[in-house]
Design a protein around this ligand. Sequence first.
Ligand code: GLN
Length: 194
Amino acid sequence: MKVGVLALQGDVREHSQVLAELGAHPVAVRTPEDLTGVDAMVLPGGESTTISMLLDSSGLRRPLGARLAEGMPALGTCAGMVLLATEVLDGRPDQESFGAIDLTVRRNAFGRQVASFETDLDVAGLSGEALHAVFIRAPVVERAGPAVEVLASVADSQGVPRPVLCRQGVVVAAAFHPELSGDWRVHEMFLAGR
Ligand code: GLN
């Protein structure tokens, strides 16, 4: 299976290594031509404002948006979750997202602006030990639509449980970085679920 990794900025190499370890064939996607023959996409963490601008300058926004609208499976992590969401709060005014999963997300909103943290998650449908998750200036999900299945949540600084791993059909979005913890079960779930 050819899995495209959006390679404009961010954790591209890390995701590609995980996909290769799991037996998929990662393809770096930088241009519209790179999308040809890709069966699924990973949108990595990084800086969603930057990636959003690069989607325009690379010419990828329309063709990638069209593939997502046709139902191409996609995994978005952190900035990738922001890019896949329906609505982005605290983004740049010109920042656009694909609306591939019905979430409203607020950028950089877990704890303080610079807060990063690690925690263990109980994930619905994952057997075995808790999933160790690394959060780096993570988005907070403020709203998950009725079609969204919340697979894991974490309490925010007010104690309100916030979805951090969500699925809507073939689209999976994580507020954390599953490519950084050495536990590839989110990628496995994504590859198995398409
Ligand atoms: N704060 C970043 C953004 O909104 C995401 C951070 C990350 O991907 N680690 O784009």
